[in-house]
Design a protein around this ligand. Structure first.
Ligand code: GTP
Ligand code: MG
Ligand code: NA
Length: 459
C-alpha cells in the first residue's frame, strides 16, 4: 500500500513528563496561546487537545526544514496534540494519553533531569511500544544562554559561549547516564547514529522558543517516515469523550477526540452516562478554531461531517448526564444500539468497581472520570477514606447520599467538589442537613481544605 496525502490521517501526539517540565508551555509556544497562564495553580489537571493544522507546522519549522525529508510534499494533514498533567496522582490520564497516541513528546527539564513521572512516562511508552522524541526543555536557564529562535537549535548551540556549552554538556552527559539507567540509548537529534536504536533529544526552550522548530520538524519527520504505516485512515470508528461542558446556546455538549473513522450530523451515538448509557443523535459538529486548546476556546466552525483525526465538539439532546473518559460509539441498527450500550456499561462498571469505597468517609465529586480517579488516588495517599463518588454538578441527591455519613461522624458528611458546579437546591439542602461542601478548582486545595476542617473539628 502506497500512502498518499489523502490516506494519511493526522498523528496523535501526546505530551508527557514530570510536573512543571514545561509540557503546556511547549504547546503554548507552538500554538501561540496562553493556556498555562490561566491554569489553576499553574498545574494541568485535565487532558487537553488541540488540532494543529499543516500551515502552522510549515510556518513553525521554517528554520529546521532540513530535518524533514518530504518537505516539498508534506504527507500529513496536521497534528492532534494531547496535553497531560505531570502530577503524580494523574497517572491514569498519562496512561490514557499514551494509549491514544501514535507518537509522544517526552519533556525533560534540563536542570532537573529524569524525575519520578518522567520515568513513569518512559515505562508507559516502552510498554506500549510508542515511539517518542525527547524535548530537553528550559535551555534558556543555562549560564549565559543567548537565544535565537530564527535558527535551528543545532546552530544556536554552536554559537553559544564556551562556558554555556560546557554547562550544556554537563547537564546533557548526566541525562544520558540517567536514560541509560532506564535501559535507553539517547542522542542529540543531529548526532543520532540510528533512529531505530537511539531516541532523539531536542534541546528546547518553551519560554524563548529556541528549538521549537527542530522539535516539530522531528515529529513531522518521524510521523511521515517510521509511522506512516500506522496512520492510515480507516472507517472503523475510534473516538473518546474527553470532556462534558455546558455551552451557552448549545446546552450540554461533549468534546470528543476522533482518532479514526468519521462522524456526521444525524448519526446515532452512544456514550456513557451517570445513570446508564445515553443514546442520542448528533445535532451539530463543531471544530474548535485551529491551534486553540479545546479546554479554552469558544470559537468553532460548523461541519456536517468530520473525519479522524481531530477533536470535535458534539451538540445533541440528553447529554446533560454524559461522562467524560469513555468511548463513543455509532449505532446503525437496533442490535448495535443494544450491543454498544452493553459495551459502555461493562467498561464503566469495571472502572467504578476498581474504586475502593469505604463505609465511612468523605463524598467526592469531579468533572470527569479521569479527575475522579486522580482525586481518589490523592485521598488514598493522604489516608482520607471515601464513601461515595459522583461525576458532574452537585445535586440534592448527592447531598442526601453524603448526609448518611452524619450517623458515622460529622466530619465525613462532607462533599469535596472538584471543578464542578453546586446546584442551588443542593446548597440549600446541605445547610439544612448539616452537610459541609468544599468547592475548588485544584484537587490539592480541596484536600488541604478538608484537613484544615478536620483539625478545626477536633479543637
Ligand atoms: P504540569 O502540567 O502541571 O505537569 O506542568 P507542565 O509540564 O505543563 O509545565 P508548565 O508548562 O506548567 O510550566 C511550568 C513552569 O515552567 C511555568 O512557570 C513555565 O513558565 C516554566 N517553563 C516552561 N518552559 C520553560 C522554559 O523553557 N524555560 C523556562 N525558564 N521556564 C519554563
Ligand atoms: Mg501542563
Ligand atoms: Na505546571
Amino acid at each position: 500500500l502506497v500512502q498518499t496525502k489523502d490516506t494519511l490521517r493526522a498523528p496523535v501526539i501526546c505530551v508527557l513528563g514530570h510536573v512543571d517540565a514545561g509540557k503546556t508551555t511547549i504547546l503554548d509556544n507552538l500554538r501561540r496561546t496562553h493556556v498555562q497562564d490561566n491554569e489553576a495553580g499553574g498545574i494541568t489537571q485535565q487532558m487537553g487537545a488541540t488540532n494543529v493544522p499543516l500551515d502552522t507546522i510549515v510556518e513553525r519549522t521554517k528554520m529546521s526544514r532540513k530535518l524533514i525529508s518530504r518537505q516539498g510534499d508534506f504527507m500529513i494533514p496536521g497534528l492532534l496534540i494531547i496535553d497531560t498533567p505531570g502530577h503524580a496522582i494523574f497517572q491514569n490520564l498519562r496512561s490514557r494519553g499514551s494509549s491514544l497516541c501514535d507518537l509522544a513528546i517526552l519533556v525533560v527539564d534540563i536542570m532537573n533531569g529524569l524525575q519520578a513521572q518522567t520515568i513513569e512516562s518512559i515505562r508507559l511508552l516502552i510498554d506500549r511500544q510508542t515511539p517518542f522524541i525527547i524535548a530537553l526543555n528550559k535551555i534558556d536557564l543555562l549560564y549565559g544562554w543567548k537565544s535565537n529562535k530564527e535558527k535551528d537549535v543545532e546552530s544556536v548551540l554552536e554559537e553559544q559561549d564556551s562556558f554555556t556549552q560546557d554547562h550544556f554538556e554537563k547537564r546533557y552527559d548526566e541525562i544520558i547516564v540517567q536514560f541509560a539507567k532506564q535501559g535507553l540509548n539517547v542522542a542529540l537529534y543531529y548526532k543520532n547514529p540510528n533512529p531505530n536504536e537511539y531516541y532523539s533529544m531536542v534541546p528546547t526552550s518553551a519560554r524563548s522558543g529556541d528549538g521549537m522548530g527542530s522539535l516539530i520538524a522531528m515529529i513531522i519527520e518521524t510521523s511521515q517516515t517510521n509511522l506512516a504505516k500506522h496512520l492510515s485512515y480507516t472507517n472503523e470508528l475510534q473516538a473518546t469523550v474527553m470532556e462534558v461542558k455546558a455551552i451557552h446556546g448549545l446546552g450540554t455538549t461533549i468534546d470528543v477526540a476522533l482518532i479514526n473513522g468519521c462522524l456526521s450530523v444525524g448519526d446515532k451515538i452512544i456514550v456513557g452516562g451517570q445513570e446508564g448509557p445515553i443514546v442520542t443523535q448528533i445535532r451539530r459538529l463543531l471544530i474548535p478554531e485551529s491551534n486553540q486548546e479545546l479546554r479554552d476556546t469558544n470559537q468553532y466552525e460548523n461541519k456536517d461531517k468530520v473525519m479522524g483525526t481531530c477533536v470535535v465538539k458534539i451538540a445533541a439532546k440528553d447529554l446533560e448526564k454524559s461522562l467524560a473518559g469513555l468511548p463513543l460509539f455509532i449505532a446503525r441498527t437496533h442490535d448495535e444500539i443494544d450491543y454498544f450500550k452493553n459495551e459502555i456499561e461493562l467498561i464503566l462498571t469495571t472502572v467504578l468497581n476498581s474504586f475502593k469505597l469505604k463505609e465511612s468517609g468523605v463524598y467526592i465529586q469531579a468533572s470527569t472520570l479521569g479527575s475522579l480517579e486522580a482525586f481518589l488516588e490523592l485521598l488514598k495517599i493522604q489516608k482520607i477514606p471515601c464513601s461515595g463518588v459522583n461525576i458532574g454538578p452537585v445535586h440534592r441527591k448527592d447531598v442526601l447520599r453524603a448526609s448518611t455519613q452524619l450517623e458515622n461522624d460529622i466530619k465525613w458528611a462532607t462533599i469535596l467538589a472538584f471543578d464542578v458546579k453546586i446546584e442551588r437546591d443542593a446548597q440549600d439542602y446541605a445547610k439544612t442537613m448539616g452537610v459541609k461542601i468544599f468547592q475548588n478548582d485544584e484537587i490539592y486545595n480541596l484536600c488541604s481544605m478538608f484537613v484544615a476542617y478536620q483539625n478545626q473539628l477536633i479543637k
